[in-house]
Design a protein around this ligand. Structure first.
Ligand code: ATP
Ligand code: MG
Length: 264
């Protein structure tokens, strides 16, 4: 199986603080993998290094087996990767479909409104294609009815969904999602995970998803979970392996988890 992402001995220091100590993991093509760990353990910093937003102190990153240790954020799309941020940042005064038509952060030119207008009233086939892609993405996320809602009127969970939709616009082969369901009500959060699972199965896309709630992610059908703690990787394995791992239970879960896993 070929690798979508390989992180080797990643380290990131902020002055005297070592946010990421020694992180190594791989994600195979077509896998749906969760990255979890307590607040401040270095999950987002790891994403920021992978996506070129931060320069790592040391270590290397390969994306689809190409060296990506030194990429800039505007180059990640070319490698087939897209990411979302922990804090969604949609254009509030635009509709959902308009938001999907704006390229991700750091990848657009000066006149966004002009560009969106030309996309909404397409004069050429490329623009028409982008518009139909936007509707297709909303279909995949099962929210086609939201297309013309104002973004400012959406709930937090719906905004997260639009953010995921935006990241899917460029048809990435590797999607990095930073806590896409934080603060999202249970049923919608589950629906988002179901849709991602379906996306992985149907289109062969690779998804790495940060989630802070261990109990929740253990039930969401991911293939594998990487558990971080204090800037390092504590263990990785299937949800069952994580559920039954003593180090995880002791270091992270405490008494909150049913290690027998029989309550479904
Ligand atoms: N730009 C920065 N400058 C200085 N310190 C930072 C910076 N970004 C993160 N940190 C610190 O690095 C550590 C890891 O932070 P990070 O955001 O990666 O954690 P996280 O696992 O994503 O946490 P959370 O679950 O709260 O999102 C924390 O101590 C944080 O305060
Ligand atoms: Mg974070």
């Amino acid at each position: 199986m070929s690798k979508a992402l390989e992180v080797t001995s990643l380290r990131k220091e902020f002055g005297g603080l070592v946010a990421v100590k020694d992180v190594s993991f791989t994600v195979d093509e077509g896998e749906f993998v969760g990255l979890i760990g307590p607040n401040g353990c270095g999950k987002s910093t790891t994403f920021n290094c992978i996506s070129g937003l931060l320069e790592q102190t040391s270590g290397s990153i390969e994306i689809f087996e190409e060296d990506a240790s030194e990429i800039r954020p505007d180059q990640i799309q070319n490698l087939g990767m897209t990411r979302t941020f922990q804090h969604t940042n949609l254009w509030r005064e635009m509709t959902v479909i308009e938001n999907l038509l704006v390229p991700p952060r750091g990848q657009f030119g000066s006149s966004i409104r002009e560009m969106v207008r030309s996309l909404l009233f397409p004069a050429n086939p490329v623009e028409e294609e982008r518009l139909s892609r936007a509707y297709e993405v909303l279909d995949q996320l099962e929210v086609p009815h939201m297309a013309h809602n104002m973004t400012s009127e959406l709930s937090g969970g719906q905004s997260k969904l639009v953010d995921i939709g935006r990241s899917m616009m460029g048809e990435p082969r590797l999607l990095l999602l930073d806590e896409p369901v934080a603060g999202v009500a249970g049923p919608l959060a589950m629906k988002i995970f179901n849709n991602l699972r379906k996306l992985v199965d149907d289109s062969g896309i690779t998804v790495l998803i940060i989630e802070h709630n261990m109990d929740f992610i253990l039930r969401q059908g991911v293939d594998r979970i990487i558990v971080m703690n204090e800037g390092g990787v504590l263990m990785q394995g299937t949800p069952d392996e994580v559920r039954n791992n003593r180090a995880v239970i002791e270091a992270y879960l405490g008494a909150t988890v049913d290690s027998g896993g029989g309550e479904e």
